[in-house]
Design a protein around this ligand. Structure first.
Ligand code: HEM
Length: 337
């Protein structure tokens, strides 16, 4: 199968996985409660799933070497709609898809924020997501104008994941507003959950640097690095990959601790289990990337895995820190609904 067809097949599979995950998330969303908020929660969940697809789509632009297929920005070859070949399809398609996501985000914001009962709780999250989206659009443009400089590629990846995390928070808050739940306090969660989220985001930044600097093949063996021991240096391209591996071991260790302390403890426990499973899968994909010389499929799955890990750590933090909505007034609403 050619490189192009493999990318296309993988993108279709990624879109199907996102659609099924969104359907499962929507199906398992608590029912009852304030029925009129449920469609908004569903819409936000779909938006969150499609942002995840967008992140993998973005990576497919990079792995296919299509990052400069449109040499200018915001137009492409000075045109609003350029002639389409495979690289332009990826690069320009990524821009069009991102444009569609931006419109969907604005529409969701309008529908949610016009409701006085949701505004106070959701407005700060929409403001943060709007700021991340604005920055992401600028970074996307800079990525093209600075000819794929490492810092623009890495910060575009981090900012995209931050936007994705904020949309996930909005979806989770809307499900909570639709049908409040009790929060279970888990000892240690208030330290572990933010530590994991921060470490995963730092790892996404490092991964972006590894990918854009060509450090992906600087160590071509695992667990050692080119027969020079496990951690030969922290400088240069080899050092960048070694650091990426070190942080991965830190993420996996913390994720396993979180899963152990969260066992059987409600939403935190389920999110912690997902974080641990995804961290282990992500490790395996990272190792496969190195041992198999960065095949397209593995690289795209590795990006998708990182984005899923960001979503799972977001859910874990939401389970830990969300303000309880279950006031007596809301509870009595629920009983009468
Ligand atoms: C928590 C675990 C990990 C996370 C969250 C993570 C995340 C990432 C991300 C976000 C990228 C950039 C992808 C892109 O630009 O599209 C990346 C690239 C990369 N990662 Fe990881 N990673 C993890 C573990 C590992 C491990 C354990 C290894 C190797 C032993 C590894 C090897 C690589 C390589 C080689 C690349 C470059 C791929 C390329 O050049 O296209 N990763 N990682």
């Amino acid at each position: 199968m050619s490189h192009d067809v493999r990318t296309l097949v993988l993108l279709v599979i990624v879109a199907l996985v996102a659609a099924v995950s969104a359907a499962v998330a929507i199906g398992s969303g608590r029912r009852g409660g304030r029925a009129e908020v449920v469609p908004l929660a569903r819409g936000a969940t779909l938006l969150s799933a499609s942002v995840w697809v967008l992140l993998v789509f973005g990576a497919s632009v990079r792995v296919n070497g299509a990052g400069l297929a449109c040499p200018d920005w915001p137009r492409c070859f000075g045109l609003l709609v350029p002639a389409i070949d495979w690289p332009v399809f990826l690069e320009f398609g990524h821009r069009v898809y991102a444009g569609g996501e931006s419109i969907a985000f604005v529409a969701l914001g309008f529908l949610v924020l016009r409701r006085a009962d949701l505004r106070a709780r959701l407005a700060p999250w929409f403001a943060a997501a709007a700021a991340a989206l604005g920055l992401q659009i600028v970074l996307g443009g800079l990525t093209v104008l600075h000819l794929l400089a490492e810092w623009t590629v890495a910060s575009h990846l981090v900012c995209g994941n931050l936007f994705s995390a904020l949309i996930a928070v909005i979806a989770l808050e809307l499900w909570e507003a639709a049908s409040p739940s009790e929060r279970v306090e888990v000892p240690g969660a208030r330290a572990l959950a933010p530590a994991l989220a921060g470490l995963v985001l730092a790892q996404v930044a490092l991964g972006g640097l590894v990918a854009s600097s060509g450090a992906g093949l600087a160590c071509s063996t695992w667990p050692g690095c080119n027969a020079d021991g496990w951690f030969p240096t922290l400088s240069g391209l080899v050092g960048l990959q070694v650091l990426h591996r070190l942080v991965a071991y830190g993420v996996v260790t913390l994720a396993l601790v979180a899963a152990a302390i969260g066992r059987g403890r409600g939403r935190f426990g389920r999110a912690a289990f997902a974080v641990a499973a995804l961290a282990l899968a992500q490790m395996a994909l990272g190792v496969a990337n190195v041992l198999l010389d960065l095949p397209v499929e593995v690289t795209l799955l590795h990006t998708g895995g990182a984005a899923a890990l960001v979503l799972a750590t977001t859910a874990m933090n939401h389970a830990t820190f969300r303000a309880p909505i279950a006031t007596e007034a809301v509870k009595s609403d629920l009983v009468t609904a």
